[in-house]
Design a protein around this ligand. Structure first.
Ligand SMILES: Nc1ncnc2c1ncn2[C@@H]1O[C@H](COP(=O)(O)OP(=O)(O)OP(=O)(O)O)[C@@H](O)[C@H]1O
Length: 360
């Protein structure tokens, strides 16, 4: 089932609008992540899809059907929340069967469907237990099975992994992806964790202050962020942002003048700064910085240097260059992960030569 928002806005109390004129389409059968900082409007958007909230303006479509005024029950969505929301006095089997029981499905068919789903989410051995006897990850599996019981048109997950420890998060993240692929159910997954979104999503919608900042595949978001907010939000460690004013002449030989005259900041991913004699594909400019510190973390060395009065971070400068104990570091930039932004923060040039896109 495709979901389409057409000029959708929402204000909770008729004063403060928290979502502003959203227009987007969520593709059928794919997993889409809504990603952004706390308070950006992720859960509000999800609740508009579910029908728990109705928009203040605009229309919402499921395929061609206008569902704007339909309530949550009519929309046939499955929901999974951060806190699992299982019924503690019911067994796992009873929890999974509950939506089917409410829909007056025959007992025999309820059991058959619950067993199928328990197998899908790997919880078949726990059917007689109560939620309190299960780990967080197991409880979330039960919640997913229950949400799938009535074959929902869309599955909505609101920060489903937030209560799990780091290891289990990764395991359950991969599990959710497998379940989504196996069922083919259109899924919308809310998270504030960029790593989670990058690993699990077919498409990521980045929201900030109630507006879509970029909406495309994880790789495009990383390789070609559309603005400074997205460039800073995605990627760890964060991009370096360097004022361009004193560097323009160095870039003049290979960047068109009409772009350069509007460019204000040079944005560089830490892994795109390499030693000057690197044999990788590089931009035709040489730079020099003053070494501030270098710390090794396993396979990576974090080099901090002063460049143009800014402290910048580089993670791909070879360790042996640093052992020369020289204060100055000669470096160059790769042709990936380097961008220019204008006064408004819009990215207007990408070193990989590809056009900056806002959508597929
Ligand atoms: N019931 C409500 N009444 C009034 N304002 C609300 C209500 N729920 C959310 N808001 C406001 O709407 C904005 C968006 O909230 P929302 O919960 O959608 O953000 P979020 O991105 O999901 O955040 P988080 O990651 O912290 O859950 C915030 O400014 C929030 O304070």
């Amino acid at each position: 089932m495709k979901v389409r928002f057409e000029n959708v806005s929402l204000n909770y109390d008729k004063q403060k609008e928290v979502l502003h004129n959203l227009n987007f389409e969520i593709p059928n059968g794919k997993l889409t992540c809504l990603l952004g900082p706390s308070g950006c409007g992720k859960s509000t958007t999800l609740n508009l899809i579910s029908g728990l909230l109705l928009p203040s303006a605009g229309k919402i479509y499921f395929d061609k059907q206008d569902v704007t005024k339909k309530d949550a029950l009519d929309r046939r969505v499955g929901m999974v929340f951060q806190n699992y929301a299982l019924y503690p006095h019911m067994t796992v089997l009873e929890n999974i069967c509950f939506p089917l029981k409410m829909a007056k499905v025959k007992k025999k068919d309820q059991l058959k469907r619950a067993q199928e789903l328990a197998k899908l989410v790997h919880i078949s051995n726990e059917l007689d237990k109560h939620p309190g006897e299960l780990s967080g990850g197991q409880q979330q599996r039960v919640a997913i099975a229950r949400s799938l019981a009535k074959s929902p048109s869309i599955l909505l997950l609101d920060e489903p992994l937030s209560n799990l420890d780091a290891r289990l998060r990764v395991e359950m993240r991969d599990e959710i992806r497998k379940i989504q692929v196996a069922t083919g159910v259109t899924t919308v997954f809310v998270t504030h964790d960029q790593d989670e979104a990058m690993h699990i999503a077919d498409k990521i919608m980045i929201l900030d202050t109630g507006e879509v900042q970029q909406y495309t595949t994880p790789n495009k978001i990383y390789d070609r962020p559309s603005n400074l907010f997205v460039a800073k939000f995605i990627g760890n460690p964060e991009v370096n942002v360097i004022p361009l004013a004193d560097l323009k002449s160095e870039f003049a030989s290979f960047i068109p003048n009409d772009i350069l005259k509007n460019a204000v900041s040079l944005i560089v991913r830490p892994e795109s700064i390499v030693s000057a004699d690197s044999t990788q594909k590089l931009l035709p400019v040489n730079f020099q910085g003053k070494l501030l510190s270098a710390s090794r973390f396993g396979k990576e060395t974090a080099v901090r240097m002063n460049f143009q009065g800014e402290t910048i971070l580089a993670t791909a400068i070879l360790q042996e260059k640093l052992e020369q104990k020289s204060e100055s570091i000669h470096f160059r930039l790769k042709t990936t992960g380097v961008f220019l932004s204008d006064q408004a923060g819009k990215i207007i040039w990408s070193a990989d030569g590809e056009r900056i896109v806002n959508d597929d």
